[in-house]
Structures are given as structure tokens and as C-alpha cells.
Ligand binder design. Structure first.
Ligand SMILES: Nc1ncnc2c1ncn2[C@@H]1O[C@H](COP(=O)(O)OP(=O)(O)O)[C@@H](O)[C@H]1O
Ligand SMILES: [Mg+2]
Length: 224
């Protein structure tokens, strides 16, 4: 799992997303994922952070979005947070790409505590770098919860490009721009290279095939 998370975050960064920086390290007999904090300034002052349950004032226990009713939870975050961002369209576009990347890599844990915003002293809000991203669906297939409903679809297995585009449309994004943004991140992730450990050597080809599936308008395969 540690190696898979490290790989997924490296892949996201190589595809052009902002991510927490991680490295694998061993302490005695323990393997660890060392994560560099993103919520500190260069002079070590804190940057206030809120995850999406905090942004919306909902209970931590409700972190998995089960609702398929509109407005979606993601639409509520997009509306609330983008209002205080430097550029609302850019905030939404970045959020959409993050959600699309999590669908692509089969992250069954992309719930409201695994996305956050940073709030600067000026009050300016920005999406926090991606963190806690792992291809759980491709490793265990235990849960197929998407974490957040996308255009009314709460099951990760069934989310398509069309769902992502319609979801972004509900945030007020231009749908053609949304389609181009999602396709762009899928292509970039399929082409990006990140060091993949031996045990997970099947993942890059699988993720590239999933990107092809999604770009073609279907659901993404779970096996090659
Ligand atoms: N690199 C980071 N810098 C600052 N805060 C972080 C970083 N990574 C995660 N966090 C914060 O810590 C919380 C827990 O981290 P996470 O990686 O999700 O751990 P867990 O696997 O326990 O869920 C996150 O919800 C996020 O708000
Ligand atoms: Mg987490």
C-alpha cells in the first residue's frame, strides 16, 4: 500500500497535478511513507487547512458521500471554495482534474477527508495538493465507493467521462472545457512515468488501458 500510494502521487505529479511530496523509507524493520508537509510556509508558519467535511460543516463520519441528489457534494465544495479563490474557474478545473485522476487510478478512498483546501492569511482559498491517493480498487477491489458522487453516480466502477463532464457542468463549468480538461489529464497520466515497484509492475499498463476506456466513453476496466 505504501508503495502504491507513493507511485500514485508521483504519477499525479508527473501528469501535472499538485501533490504532496512523498518518499519511501525504512526505519529499522518498518517501511514508511515519508510525507512532506504542504501546510507550512517557507519560514515555517502554518497555513490553515480544512478538509471538505470541514469546508461544508458536515460530520467526519459522513466522509463517504452517499447522496446522489443534486446539488452534489462536490458542487457544494466547488461553489463555496471557488468563491474565495483567486480564480474560480481555475479552482473548479483543478478540482475536476483531481477527481478525474482518482477515478482513473481507482482510488476507492477519495472521500471528503481526502481532499482539502488551504486558506491563506488573506482569506484566499486554494485546493490543497493531492494526498492519500492510492489505487485501492486495482489492488483489492474491496470497496467500489467513489468517495464523492459524480453526476449522481456513487460507484467508482460506473463513472465515465460523461459523468465527470456533467458533474463539472453542474458546477457551472463550460462542458467542452471540462471534457478537454478531463481528457487532458487522462492522456497525461497514461503517458507519464513514475517509478513503479516490482510487485506493482502491472499498474502502469492497466492505468493506461483505463485511460483509453474512459476517453472512449466507457467505464474503466479493472484488469488487463
Ligand atoms: N503533506 C501534507 N501536508 C499537510 N497536511 C497533510 C498532508 N497530507 C495529509 N495532510 C492532512 O492530514 C490528514 C490525514 O492525512 P492522510 O494522508 O489522509 O492520512 P490517513 O491515511 O490517515 O487518512 C489529511 O486529511 C490532510 O488534511
Ligand atoms: Mg486520509
Amino acid at each position: 500500500m505504501l508503495a502504491a500510494e507513493h507511485w500514485a502521487l508521483e504519477l499525479a505529479r508527473a501528469a501535472g497535478l499538485r501533490t504532496a511530496r512523498t518518499r519511501l523509507e525504512t526505519f529499522g524493520t518498518r517501511d514508511a511513507l515519508v510525507v512532506e508537509r504542504y501546510d507550512r510556509t517557507e519560514d515555517h508558519r502554518r497555513i490553515h487547512q480544512e478538509d471538505f467535511t470541514q469546508v461544508l460543516g458536515i460530520a467526519s463520519a459522513a466522509k463517504y458521500d452517499q447522496s446522489t441528489a443534486a446539488p452534489s457534494r462536490l458542487a457544494q465544495v466547488a461553489a463555496t471554495a471557488s468563491l474565495h479563490s483567486r480564480n474560480a474557474a481555475a479552482f473548479k478545473s483543478e478540482l475536476l482534474k483531481a477527481v478525474a485522476f482518482n477515478v482513473l487510478v481507482g482510488n476507492g478512498d477519495a472521500h471528503s477527508k481526502n481532499y482539502s483546501v488551504l486558506i491563506r492569511e488573506t482569506g484566499e482559498v486554494e485546493l490543497a495538493p493531492l494526498y492519500d491517493v492510492a489505487p485501492t480498487l486495482l489492488l483489492y477491489a474491496r470497496s467500489s465507493n467513489a468517495g464523492h458522487s459524480v453526476a449522481g453516480q456513487a460507484r467508482l466502477n460506473y463513472i465515465t467521462l460523461d459523468h465527470l463532464v456533467r458533474e463539472a457542468g453542474s458546477w457551472g463549468m463550460d462542458v467542452e472545457e471540462a471534457r478537454a480538461g478531463v481528457t487532458g489529464i487522462l492522456v497525461a497520466a497514461a503517458e507519464a512515468h513514475a517509478s513503479v515497484p516490482q510487485r506493482l509492475a502491472h499498474l502502469p499498463a492497466l492505468v493506461a488501458a483505463r485511460a483509453e476506456d474512459l476517453i472512449a466513453g466507457s467505464t474503466a476496466r479493472r484488469q488487463l
